[in-house]
Ligand binder design. Structure first.
Ligand SMILES: Nc1nc2c(c(=O)[nH]1)N[C@H]1C(S)=C(S)[C@@H](COP(=O)(O)OP(=O)(O)OC[C@H]3O[C@@H](n4cnc5c(N)ncnc54)[C@H](O)[C@@H]3O)O[C@H]1N2
Ligand code: MOO
Length: 406
């Protein structure tokens, strides 16, 4: 069977995605969520002309030349405006954030004044508008501040709060069910024997999915039996997950049961093998009945991680209505060593950044690229990407890299 190019597979996967419905959450729970409706300011901020400094509010003409001594007639503090008016020859003590009193059009900062009882002498000339924040200088009521389809960051939350908005409409978190398969698998800490393998890949896959906004449920380990695999898949589909992820059993061996089990349970597999290294036996499809997107990841932990990065993360983002690039976002870099010509699979090699060359990161692929080996994955800074059939390249040549998650 021909291997599908990575970009084509990603486009195919994303073409079937319908963004999930929105839900309203309080601002305290909105960090990291995908905005499903625009945020519109409910107030003008600042709500009035206010002082940007601690000092004295006055009419600029009264202190155009200095020294100029004015009569202190009151105080305007943040939250407690001065009720009167600044008449010629008078001044009002003012603090940062306090409303500019009527009649005043300038602030002189307190460092440029001296005070004797109710007599305040300005030692620096006042300029109209100086140290005043105008009403609406940040935004005005009715303005759209943030558009739908944006992932809410810490600083967005402050803006939303300042706009007097206490709850936002965000996309529902995609619910992701995660099935591991393999008779050899044992949980970490459960006392595995030498012939057994510890379940590792789901921890990185789950963390990537959560970081992308998903709610992840670990559905456990299924044995390599057709009846059990089918029953596990059926139960997961019946639970109504938005995405079902399986790991392992994706290849062609006698114990690789995922593809037949998915087909038997009504999942229409659009793709089974991809021109990707690591991660050739990646499959995905959709269960029409359950409206679940199904992603079958290879068992090798590095393959599972790379496939999750390239396919699961974009899928989860797209389900939340977030913009997803049509292709993996690659960045330019330079090679620190020679590399061989590539064959038909797009290659994502674990690599270290060993310096900089002509303004670009200098990357060195690690000598061992076995897709079962995790230490190199944890140690890698980036993935060095080699396009299908790329010719051999020399140290110093340009190359492309994909950032691993932080
Ligand atoms: N004749 C062929 N053999 C293989 C091919 C092929 O094209 N022809 N492809 C190879 C490639 S590439 C990969 S990748 C693997 C992937 O195979 P599976 O998805 O079927 O994975 P398993 O056989 O179940 O497991 C592979 C390996 O990974 C370990 N594993 C499985 N699940 C986990 C887990 N949750 N956590 C940690 N490790 C896991 C498993 O014990 C195996 O060692 O197939 C090649 N073979
Ligand atoms: O493509 Mo498999 O993912 O190398 O090990």
């Amino acid at each position: 069977m021909a291997l599908m190019p990575v970009e084509e597979a990603l486009a195919l996967l994303l073409s079937t995605v319908q963004p999930l419905a929105g839900e309203t959450v309080p601002l305290e729970q909105a960090a990291g969520r995908a905005l499903a409706a625009p945020v519109v300011a409910r107030r003008t901020t600042p709500g009035a002309d206010v002082s940007a400094m601690d000092g004295y509010a006055l009419r600029a003409t009264d202190a155009a030349t200095v020294p100029a001594t004015l009569e202190l007639i009151g105080e305007s503090a943040a939250g407690r405006p001065f009720p009167g008016r600044v008449e010629p020859g008078t001044t009002v003590r003012i603090f940062t954030g306090a409303v500019l009193p009527e009649g005043a059009d300038a602030i002189v900062i307190q460092e440029d004044t001296s005070r004797d009882g109710d007599a305040v002498t300005m030692t620096e000339a006042a300029t109209p508008g100086r140290h005043i924040r105008r009403a609406g200088g940040d935004f005005t009521a009715g303005e759209t501040l943030l558009e739908a389809g944006r992932r809410l960051r810490a600083r967005d939350l402050a803006l939303i709060a300042a706009a007097d908005v206490d709850a936002v409409s965000v996309a529902r978190r995609p619910r992701v069910g995660l099935i591991s398969t393999g008779d050899e698998l044992v949980r970490p800490g459960a006392g595995a024997n030498a012939h057994q393998v510890i379940v590792s890949n789901i921890y990185s896959v789950a963390a990537l999915a959560r970081a992308a906004g998903a709610e992840v449920i670990d559905l456990g380990i299924l044995p390599d039996r057709m009846d059990a695999t089918q029953a596990g898949v059926r139960a997961a589909l019946d639970s109504g997950f938005d995405v079902l992820v399986t790991t392992g059993g994706a290849s062609v061996g006698d114990h690789d049961l995922i593809a037949p089990a998915l087909s038997a349970e009504g999942v229409d597999l659009a793709v089974h093998r991809i021109a990707l290294r690591p991660g050739k036996p990646l499959m995905f499809g959709r269960s029409a009945a359950a409206r679940t997107q199904v992603l079958g990841l290879p068992g090798n932990p590095v393959s599972a991680h790379v496939c999750a990065l390239l396919f699961l993360v974009p899928l989860i983002k797209a389900l939340q209505g977030l913009a997803v690039p049509a292709q993996p976002e690659l960045e330019p870099a330079r090679l620190a060593t020679d590399v061989k010509a590539n064959e038909q699979r797009m290659d994502f090699m674990r690599a270290e950044i060993v310096g900089r060359a002509e303004g670009l990161p200098l990357v060195r692929p690690m000598p061992v690229q076995d897709s079962s080996m995790l230490r190199n994955l944890a140690r890698a800074d980036v993935l060095l990407v080699r396009r299908p059939h790329a010719p051999s390249a020399s140290a110093g040549d340009m190359c492309e890299i994909l950032r691993l998650e932080d």
